[in-house]
Design a protein around this ligand. Sequence first.
Ligand SMILES: *[C@@H]1O[C@H](CO)[C@@H](O)[C@H](O)[C@H]1NC(C)=O
Ligand SMILES: *[C@@H]1O[C@H](CO)[C@@H](O)[C@H](O)[C@H]1NC(C)=O
Ligand SMILES: *[C@@H]1O[C@H](CO)[C@@H](O)[C@H](O)[C@H]1NC(C)=O
Ligand SMILES: *[C@@H]1O[C@H](CO)[C@@H](O)[C@H](O)[C@H]1NC(C)=O
Length: 486
Amino acid sequence: MSPQPPPPPDWRLLGFSLLVGSFCFALESAAQGNSATDALNVLLIIVDDLRPSLGCYGDKLVRSPNIDQLASHSILFQNAFAQQAVCAPSRVSFLTGRRPDTTRLYDFNSYWRVHSGNFSTIPQYFKENGYVTMSVGKVFHPGISSNHSDDSPYSWSFPPYHPSSEKYENTKEFQKLYPLENITLAPDPQVPDGLPPVAYNPWMDIREREDVQALNISVPYGPIPVDFQRKIRQSYFASVSYLDTQVGHLLSALDDLHLTSNTIIAFTSDHGWALGEHGEWAKYSNFDITTRVPLMFYVPGKTAPLPGAGEKLFPYQDPFDPTSESMDPGGHVTDLVELVSLFPTLAGLAGLQVPPWCPIPSFHVELCREGQNLQRHLQLHDLEEDPHFLGNPRESIAYSQYPRPADSPQWNSDKPSLKDIKIMGYSIRTIDYRYTVWVGFNPAEFLANFSDIHAGELYFVDSDPLQDHNIYNDSQHRDLPHSLKP
Ligand SMILES: *[C@@H]1O[C@H](CO)[C@@H](O)[C@H](O)[C@H]1NC(C)=O
Ligand SMILES: *[C@@H]1O[C@H](CO)[C@@H](O)[C@H](O)[C@H]1NC(C)=O
Ligand SMILES: *[C@@H]1O[C@H](CO)[C@@H](O)[C@H](O)[C@H]1NC(C)=O
Ligand SMILES: *[C@@H]1O[C@H](CO)[C@@H](O)[C@H](O)[C@H]1NC(C)=O
């Protein structure tokens, strides 16, 4: 239980700490809304740095029975993408429902309310509509980008709670789930031949670790020794299983409090994570491996039947129990979707007015949205007969972007400060391909120059799903979509 001031009697608070995760709660006041019985609570679970290495996303190695169980009662988005593969820019983007070119946050060093516009956030919007909103752990990125206060008081009804997590840092128990000898390397551990140097992230923060320094790895392309690669992958998968147990405890508590019949649960991450794919580590790029995120929504009575009296939807699953079976997702959507759509989608699911589309530019507009309302994907019809129902994936596009200080990898290529940004990589992902152009960028004017192309990348999903064979320079593809800028 969280140490906040005792809430009014009708409201119940929960708090959990995670090694790799964060929660935000929004519990509706019984006194407000259309009617107390219709009002839905919202639980938004935002995991830090989580790529979809989960059983419910088809991962055969990772043990994530609790998240898989959530997925079995949810609609799961197979192709969801972050707008920039680094924490603060991604979080500020989806929490305000604006793209990085509107928040103007590409680094960690500004607060949107003073730097770009006084944009409303998801929790602020719920709070202003009668919800009690609470933050546990990392929801906003800490520091300047949330004014050193997790955007309080605007976003939250109570001061955000940050449980300490240091004591879990060296917990080794979960590594036992992943014996080193069973850990494979990334399927494509080499830096691809045709990769433009500007596209490569030199994973400088990993190099700063003492144990990695001792390996004397050459900068920027030198490979990490394979035994060490296995250890990194083992630790990542162990963290995912630990996280899974925390999600399990949280959701079973929701069951115990009889809240699963009136709580929307959204589960996602701020961006993906490379574990040796293309010879890269961490985030900081435009590849699928760093932009693709898990995304699922549980909506009571819609994505799953309402639980019967006393029935538990989310009994705790032990990842160490070898008999715990992997569960299929309740339904999945293959359309390309973006995290910037979380704001209108949660508003719509909770029955609040969906904010209007943003005009261009929209710096002066406090409440509008740049993402889609994904509710149309959650209109559950005949899921049992057709669990793989489709929208029209050929019409959907996900945009991402990443800044660089130079054409070749530098010490600050992973996280350039705004003033050092010289190049912006704009990327579109369709169901068929990923297409990226790296263009000149003026950080003082926030202007991209699309006639100043530094490099390009093109990968077709069918023939090259891992994005290792850049065919941009094959002349026939040079004239693909020019209208990259959102
Ligand atoms: C920004 O929005 C907040 C929340 O609506 C409001 O309290 C504040 O006055 C606004 N600030 C400015 C400068 O408009
Ligand atoms: C940011 O925090 C400071 C210190 O608490 C406060 O004085 C300032 O008004 C905040 N900025 C905004 C835009 O609310
Ligand atoms: C490791 O791999 C072996 C051989 O494939 C398999 O029998 C064993 O169950 C695996 N161990 C775990 C913990 O997955
Ligand atoms: C580190 O590697 C370089 C060549 O890559 C080599 O010259 C140097 O001696 C190595 N240093 C140590 C301490 O092994």
